[in-house]
Design a protein around this ligand. Structure first.
Ligand code: SME
Length: 160
């Protein structure tokens, strides 16, 4: 059993630090990418408040395919360059979307989503997956969240 339990009194920076430490600890020495993505989705869900979806899309051929996640069942395949996830993958760039309704081509998997943060995971210069976080609160994510999830993506580069 793993017992990672975020302290509700922690500041946002401390929470991010603990999340990253937990992600590093749980994925160190494990070579199975699906197992690592599943545990990381669960950790993000546990550590970050106010989310309605947290998980992975994997780059397979010319599209993104749903990976391990927490939240409601979601769209399975996303075309390259489509939606927030496909845009993050195609541009190899984090997408911080304060209002999903204002993002042209946003794909609504859960009608509750109001804001979204998508961060690419790269290996050897290629995007291999994206981490997708959705919130029911508009402008839930800021640059500090983006920077933390980018650090998380760097940890996972060779572990998924
Ligand atoms: N909103 C995403 C689709 C994935 S769901 O949010 C889980 C997008 O526009 O790419």
């Amino acid at each position: 059993m793993y017992d990672f339990a975020p302290d509700p009194a922690l500041s946002k920076a401390e929470l991010h630090g603990e999340l990253l430490a937990a992600v590093d600890a749980i994925t160190t020495g494990e070579s199975d990418g699906i197992a690592n993505m599943a545990n990381v989705a669960a950790l993000i869900w546990q550590y970050l408040p106010d989310l309605n979806w947290a998980g992975f899309y994997r780059v397979i051929g010319e599209e993104l395919v749903l990976g391990p996640f927490c939240g409601k069942p979601a769209c399975i395949r996303i075309g390259w360059g489509k939606g927030v996830c496909g845009t993050a993958a195609a541009n190899a760039a984090t997408q911080l979307v304060e209002d999903v309704h204002a993002f042209p081509g946003h794909i609504a998997c859960d009608a509750a989503s109001r804001s979204e943060l998508v961060v690419p995971v790269s290996r050897d210069g290629q995007v291999v997956a994206v981490i997708d976080l959705d919130s029911p609160t508009q402008a839930r994510f800021d640059q500090e969240d983006a920077a933390a999830v980018e650090r998380l993506a760097a940890i996972l580069s060779n572990r998924i």
